[in-house]
Design a binder for this molecule. Sequence first.
Ligand SMILES: C=C(O[C@@H]1C=C(C(=O)O)C=C[C@H]1O)C(=O)O
Length: 627
Amino acid sequence: MNLDEIRTHISSLDKELLTLLAKRKALSLDVARSKLQNPRPIRDQEREQALLVALINQGRTLGLDAHYVTQIYHTIIEDSVLSQQALLQDLLNPQDEKPAISVAFLGLRGSYSNMAARKYLTRFKAELVEHNCDTFQQIFDTVESGQAQYGILPIENTSSGAINDVFDLIQHTSLSIVGELTQPIEHCLLVGVDTDVSKLKTLYTHPQVYQQCSQYLKTLPQVKVEFCAASSNAMELVASLKRDDIGAMGSADGGALHGLKPLVTGLANQKQNMTRFIVVARKPVEVAAQIPAKTSFIMSTGQQSGALVETLLVLRNHDITMTKLESRPIIGNPWEEMFYVDVAANVNCPNMQAALAELKDIVRFIKILGCYPSAEVAPTRIPSKALSQGRDPELHVTPVNVPLNNNALLSLQLGRFHMSQQEPLLIAQLESWPEYGALQETARRLKEQGGQILAVPCFAQGNQQQSQERLQQLREVAAQFDLAAMTQVHTPEQLNRAAESLDAVLLQPIDGRRDELLAAAGRCTRPVLMPLADSLEQTLAEAELVLAEGNQQLALLDTQNRPLANLLRVQQHSRLPLLSQLVGQDSLLPQLGQALRSAGVQGFCLSLTNEDDMQPLQQLAQRLYRD
Ligand SMILES: C=C(O[C@@H]1C=C(C(=O)O)C=C[C@H]1O)C(=O)O
């Protein structure tokens, strides 16, 4: 086949794939209708898990990686669940046939609020009429007066926290919250004509965006920054001037609406930058019982001691999970607070009704702001043991008896992975920086075995530029294979740079600068792995140093295969999660792993050279994740 023929073949396969996806979606809507007739929850994670495991195994026989199959199916299932939810909501809240849906939001075309509005309203399949507003107050007014049906408001951001102005306005509105959505905020450098970063002289941006990208902007000393009222204004300006020495900052999708292209992406200091938006309307909606719902309410309690605790106990006693609690001053009543509460419950469910009745008796004031479908479809986790492949028949031994009496241990989240003794973390730690292809291959094999973290040394001797590139590449490869990324750091400077890009850092203090590194680790916002010191006392003192500076995301790492008795003592005294570093080629690796796990070790850092084969990793994974 020549190139054209191959491409024709690919195009026809893609068409088939799309047809099949559409058929799958239609079937999933049939499932939703059947769940409405015989009421069952929309989400069935047991079914999803079984489906994913079967698909991963089928994929393997066809030569497809586990992570590839998982990623594709997470997207398909997320859409399937959200579409089912939307169908149920439409059936429950029939809308008059509307030729157009109107929505009020902050900023112009291309603003983050505009992108959120577009995303939320795609499911209405009606033309969108946009009302640009200059202030949050104007959004409330536009919806209250009936000029727009919906208002979209940002309520909290993962880097900057609660958006107080919106919380304050909600106190006084008659509108209801009818929906929520979370939008990733991905700042890019946008340009209107073909150009290069070195040619840029002026960047137009909003002060908040400037702040969130300060570290990247420091690398462009030749560029002057001009502030605009909103990112969308900056985009409009750059689009109209069409010059190669100016740029704007904002989202790639927003820029595309103005014909701008992203020149550099991922500019934010904090990589996981998300904003949660609420959707408000004049009439509340009813949420189908099968859909995970949230209810938001505000309340003010008296000022007697324990008043707030009393209300929280009511929620606990009715088994209602609180997902958010904010307090804001009550305007006009100095030192009195209004509490904003989100709970994961449908306002009409019996538990919530009972809780509300009790709350009414003990608070001064309570108002339901709305009940709406929860927008989070967290990917179904596949247990590592379902992934760990190619079991070795000779390794049959009785499963370890994991002692369950140490649940008082502090736990740790590394990236999106949680450390637990039931499912220990598996880290592949390369001893030196590999070729890009070899890095990808290690990541792929680690993921195939159910491992979670890729650790590679990124800091080359004195070469800042190179280490920056390595941090970037490690982050990319880890993300590609849905792994968390970690690197070894020797100095506070390295620690700060690693913490900007990666999910965790592994401390390797240099003599003489040890305390300095520990103090920096205590101030950083990433999880830290700290090697055990020479004595138990010193380890405890060093851990205390990190914890006292405010970082509670700390785990200890035994790098010297210490006797089990020592490890048990460290755990007993520190209550911190403990990991063990093992050498990749040790023939006793699986047995060692099993013994250490029985002693309470919650993670394994397997050091590998670039030449090592991955057989031992596979054997360790099999042993760790065996039933
Ligand atoms: C389609 C269903 O509903 C949901 C979506 C699933 C899917 O798209 O495969 C699987 C389980 C449910 O969470 C179902 O229950 O089968």
